[in-house]
Design a protein around this ligand. Structure first.
Ligand SMILES: Cc1cc2nc3c(=O)[nH]c(=O)nc-3n(C[C@H](O)[C@H](O)[C@H](O)COP(=O)(O)O)c2cc1C
Ligand SMILES: Nc1ncnc2c1ncn2[C@@H]1O[C@H](COP(=O)(O)OP(=O)(O)O)[C@@H](O)[C@H]1O
Ligand SMILES: [Mg+2]
Length: 162
């Protein structure tokens, strides 16, 4: 099966988890914070979902749904030994949200993970991903996922306090 088919078969992919600490590189070194999921969420990804860079929608707790990009894999530039799943939300938050529930809907695939010969080229690749994701998410087929019941449930009272 071609790579794109393997990847797309699982999309849209919905998941939630509590935001944990990563290596603290996202904001400090890249200027692009990424909310990291715990190991259990990463381990629960479908076994054949390819590592790489994806885009979709995300909300924190019962908050609004925003555009996002997500990186799944080993961050070859940093040579991580554990697979991670990290979401950058295209929204300015007043404060950090470690420990809160992050809800994500992955709707599309952008590219495989890559190594880079400088931090600047990693940063510009990520900025390019963000711009491309913003454009693609305006397509009607993607906009409708923003309204999915998955996000409505996270807004309902039954989720509060859990
Ligand atoms: C949209 C996006 C694309 C990314 N692409 C790559 C990549 O191609 N190669 C790579 O090594 N890391 C990539 N990363 C991951 C960053 O290296 C990672 O977010 C950074 O190391 C922060 O890690 P931390 O959360 O542990 O601090 C990407 C991250 C995002 C959000
Ligand atoms: N727009 C945003 N997208 C993702 N995380 C954000 C955003 N704004 C603030 N944050 C906060 O920044 C943290 C991620 O920063 P980062 O430098 O990647 O640290 P870590 O290595 O601990 O993941 C998130 O856990 C979240 O609390
Ligand atoms: Mg992070």
């Amino acid at each position: 099966m071609p790579l794109a088919d393997c990847v797309m078969r699982h999309l849209p992919y919905f998941c939630r988890g509590r935001v944990v600490h990563g290596f603290g590189r996202g904001s400090k070194q890249l200027g692009i914070p990424t909310a990291n999921f715990p190991e259990q969420v990463v381990d629960n990804l479908p076994a054949d979902i390819s590592t790489g860079i994806y885009y979709g929608w995300a909300s924190v707790g019962s908050g609004d749904v925003h555009k996002m990009v997500v990186s799944i894999g080993w961050n070859p530039y940093y040579k991580n030994t554990k697979k991670s799943m990290e979401t950058h939300i295209m929204h300015t938050f007043k404060e950090d949200f470690y420990g809160e529930i992050l809800n994500v809907a992955i709707v599309g695939y952008l590219r495989p993970e890559k190594n880079f010969d400088s931090l600047e080229s990693l940063i510009s690749a990520i900025q390019g991903d963000i711009e491309e994701a913003k454009k693609r998410l305006d397509l009607p087929e993607h906009l409708k996922i923003k309204e999915d019941n998955f996000f409505q449930v996270s807004k309902s009272k039954t989720m509060n306090g859990h």
